[in-house]
Design a protein around this ligand. Structure first.
Ligand SMILES: Cc1ncc(COP(=O)(O)O)c(C=O)c1O
Length: 400
C-alpha cells in the first residue's frame, strides 16, 4: 500500500468523538478551532487486525472476569525479542492500566516521602507530578542542548545524586520531548552511575517502537544494555498503547526481573490495587503485536516524511528556529526563541498561528519559548501548521 492509500484508509477526523486532543480545545486553549498538535496520540485508526480482534471479542457480548492468556505473553514477548532483542519471562510481568499510573505506584513502592527522585529535564510532565504528588523530593538534571542535539550532563547527574542522596531515577527512553534515543554508551554510563550510588532505575520505554532512523539510532532497552548487566537494578514500564494508538484501552506492563524488587512491588500493590486486567486492552494488544508491524512501518514513514517536510520548510523560511534532531518518538521539539520572545509564545502559537501544542515550560521551567508538535498525524495538518508558523513569523518580522 502506498502512503496516500494508507492515509486514505486510516486517517480519521476525530472531532465530536470526545477526543481530548480535538474536543477539549476550547476548554484547554480557549479556542475550539485550533489545529490540534498536542497530546501524544494519532489521527490514524488502529491496524485493521486490531479492529477485527476487538469486533470479534465484542460480538461475544460478555465482559466477565478474565485472565491473561499465554497467547498474549507470546505475542508480546515475540515482539520484544524480534524488534529489540529483549528477552522477557512471564514471572517478570505485571499489568497496569497505564504507564503514568505505574510510575506513581513505583515511586510509592521504592521510596518514602521526602526521598529524592531524579529526572532529566526537559521531560514528559507527569514525571514531575509522580514525584511531587507523592511528596518526594524532586531532583532535576538539565540535559545539555547543543543546537537541538541533547546529551546527558553526566557530571551534573553524579553531583545531583550525591548531593541529594537520590534513591530513584525515572528515565525516559526514548526521551520525550527532545527526541533522543540514548546510545549504548550513554545508557551504560548512566546505569553504571545509578548502580554505583545505589539508585534504582525506572525506565519508561513507552516510545520504544517509535524509531525514526533505526539503522543509525536503534533503541535498546535498559534491560539489554551492556549484556544485561543492570537487569537487577532496572524496572521497565512499557505498553502497546503509544505504538498502536490505543491509550484509553488501559493496558500496560511493568517489567521487574529482580525477584526481591518484584516482591516489594507486589506487597505495595496488594494494598492499593485490586483491579482486573482489561480484556479489550489485551485483545487489542495481542492483535497489534501479532499483526501490527506493517501498519507501524507506514506510521513511521509518515512521521519521517512529516518531520522532513517541517525541517526543510522551516530551514528555508524560518532558518533560526532550532528543530531538535528526531531519533525517537513522533514528537518534534522546536526552539522558536530566535523569533518570538518566550513570554509571547502562547499568544503567538495559539492566537496568531491557530495551533494547540505542548509548551516548553510544561517540560522544564527553563524552556519557555520551546514548543512540541505531534507528527503522528495526517500530513495536511503538518503542512498547515508549518504554513501558519512561517506566515505569522513573516508578519512579525515585517511589523518589527
Ligand atoms: C514518556 C511517556 N510516558 C507515559 C505516557 C503516557 O502513558 P499512559 O497513557 O500509559 O499513562 C506518555 C504519553 O505521551 C509518554 O510520553
Amino acid at each position: 500500500m502506498d502512503q496516500a492509500t494508507f492515509i486514505e484508509k486510516y486517517a480519521t477526523n476525530r472531532q465530536h468523538t470526545n477526543s481530548l486532543k480535538w474536543d477539549a480545545l476550547d476548554e484547554r486553549y480557549g479556542n475550539p478551532d485550533l489545529i490540534a498538535m498536542w497530546v501524544a496520540d494519532m489521527e490514524f485508526k488502529v491496524p485493521e487486525a486490531v479492529t477485527t480482534a476487538l469486533t470479534n471479542r465484542i460480538a461475544h457480548g460478555i465482559y466477565g472476569y478474565s485472565y491473561t492468556p499465554d497467547s498474549y505473553y507470546q505475542a508480546f514477548f515475540n515482539w520484544e525479542q524480534q524488534r529489540h532483542q529483549l528477552h522477557l519471562e512471564k514471572d517478570w510481568i505485571r499489568f497496569g492500566t497505564g504507564v503514568v499510573n505505574s510510575l506513581y505506584a513505583l515511586v510509592n513502592t521504592y521510596t518514602r516521602p521526602g526521598d529524592a527522585v531524579l529526572i532529566l529535564t526537559p521531560v514528559y510532565y507527569p514525571f514531575f507530578d509522580a514525584v511531587k504528588d507523592n511528596h518526594r523530593q524532586l531532583v532535576t538534571s538539565e540535559l545539555y542542548n547543543d543546537q537541538g542535539h541533547y546529551t546527558i550532563d553526566f557530571d551534573d547527574v553524579e553531583r545531583q545524586i550525591k548531593a541529594h542522596e537520590v534513591r530513584l531515577f525515572i528515565q525516559c527512553s526514548p526521551h520525550n520531548p527532545v527526541g533522543r534515543i540514548w546510545t549504548e554508551a550513554e545508557e551504560t554510563r548512566l546505569l553504571a552511575l545509578c548502580e554505583q550510588y545505589g539508585v534504582l532505575v525506572v525506565s519508561d520505554e513507552i516510545h520504544q517502537d517509535l524509531e525514526i532512523d533505526p539503522q543509525n539510532h536503534p533503541f535498546r532497552s535498559a534491560l539489554t544494555v551492556a549484556d544485561r548487566r543492570f537487569e537487577d537494578n532496572v524496572i521497565v514500564v512499557n505498553a502497546p498503547s503509544k505504538t498502536f494508538n490505543m491509550a484509553t484501552l488501559l493496558n500496560s506492563h511493568v517489567i521487574i526481573p529482580n525477584s526481591k524488587l518484584r516482591q516489594q512491588y507486589d506487597a505495595y500493590m496488594t494494598r492499593v490495587n485490586q483491579t482486573e486486567t482489561n480484556v479489550l486492552g489485551q485483545t487489542a494488544g495481542q492483535a497489534a503485536y501479532t499483526d501490527g508491524a506493517e501498519w507501524l512501518d507506514h506510521i513511521l514513514a509518515i512521521v519521517r516524511s512529516n518531520y522532513q517536510y517541517l525541517k526543510t520548510t522551516l530551514a528555508e523560511k524560518a532558518p533560526k528556529i532550532v528543530v531538535a534532531e528526531l531519533q525517537g518518538t513522533y514528537l518534534t521539539w522546536l526552539d522558536i526563541r530566535p523569533y518570538v520572545k518566550p513570554e509571547y509564545t502562547r499568544e503567538f502559537i495559539i492566537d496568531k498561528c491557530g495551533l494547540a501544542v505542548d509548551f516548553g515550560e510544561w517540560f522544564s521551567a527553563n524552556d519557555q519559548g520551546f514548543v512540541r508538535l505531534n507528527l503522528a498525524t495526517d500530513p495536511k495538518y503538518v503542512h498547515q501548521a508549518v504554513a501558519n508558523i512561517t506566515t505569522c513569523l513573516a508578519q512579525l518580522t515585517q511589523n518589527d
